[in-house]
Design a protein around this ligand. Structure first.
Ligand code: TIU
Length: 223
């Protein structure tokens, strides 16, 4: 199958494709969580939820595995380096108690995926301590087991955890496609720049395409 993506057409086989939804957690998308504690306006991120839900549904209907990631740390913070914890507003650091429980800690309400994008029981959920989803996780082994070659990406934030994971995936030999309207940044200009730098230089990191174009490729009208 082909997607009329940028910077040029992407050929893919749904049988060797997986969808990765990056960090659509309450801590980034709802008020009172980690994203807000860093001084960000989280409302911008809420706008991508419907398109992301449509992408997830389309992949499920096509038999493409859906993998969800959550950025979070162990309750004892043993996997959170001080260099990471000391970033942000000193009034609310990773591990501190906030309105949605301890900030960015596994098992706390804020670290959960927003209800509208809840994983199905059989879907893989990767808890990751870093920005990249391959670092210190079993994602690479999981994808090897699936035989995945192409990864479709969505989630937040575009230039932080999404772009980091795309670069990790690119280095590991995956073809990477970012769903343009199912990813968002707290900084619109950073999202624009991230999309451009991903597909520049002949798709140096990967491709980008809108959700509808990806879904159309799954179910071609003239098929
Ligand atoms: N702050 C910010 O833009 N992002 C993160 O801290 N993590 C993710 O992108 N998931």
């Amino acid at each position: 199958m082909k997607i009329d993506a940028q910077p040029f057409e992407l050929e893919f086989d749904p049988a060797t494709t997986a969808l990765i939804i990056i960090d659509m957690q309450r801590d980034f998308i709802e008020p009172g969580g980690f994203g807000a504690s860093l001084g960000n306006d989280v409302s911008l991120l809420q706008a991508i939820v419907p398109a992301t839900a449509r992408l997830i549904e389309g992949c499920r209907a096509t038999g493409i595995p859906v993998i969800h990631t959550r950025e979070c740390h162990r309750p004892d913070l043993s996997d959170c380096p001080p260099a990471k914890r000391s970033r942000g507003n000193p009034s609310l650091r990773i591990g501190d108690p906030g309105p949605m429980g301890r900030v960015l800690i596994a098992g706390e309400p804020g670290a959960g995926i927003i209800p509208k994008l809840s994983p199905l029981p059989a879907e893989k959920v990767v808890d990751k301590p870093g920005k990249g989803a391959f670092y210190a996780t079993d994602l690479g082994e999981h994808l090897a087991g699936l035989g995945t070659r192409t990864l479709i990406f969505a989630g937040v934030t575009t230039e932080v955890c999404v772009q980091t994971t795309m670069r990790e995936a690119n280095d590991r030999g995956f073809e990477c496609l970012l769903a343009e309207d199912a990813t968002e940044s707290y900084f619109p200009e950073f999202k624009r720049a991230a999309l451009q730098m991903i597909r520049a230089q002949g798709a140096i990191v990967g491709w980008t395409a809108p959700v509808d174009m990806i879904l159309d490729a799954f179910a071609p009208i003239d098929a």
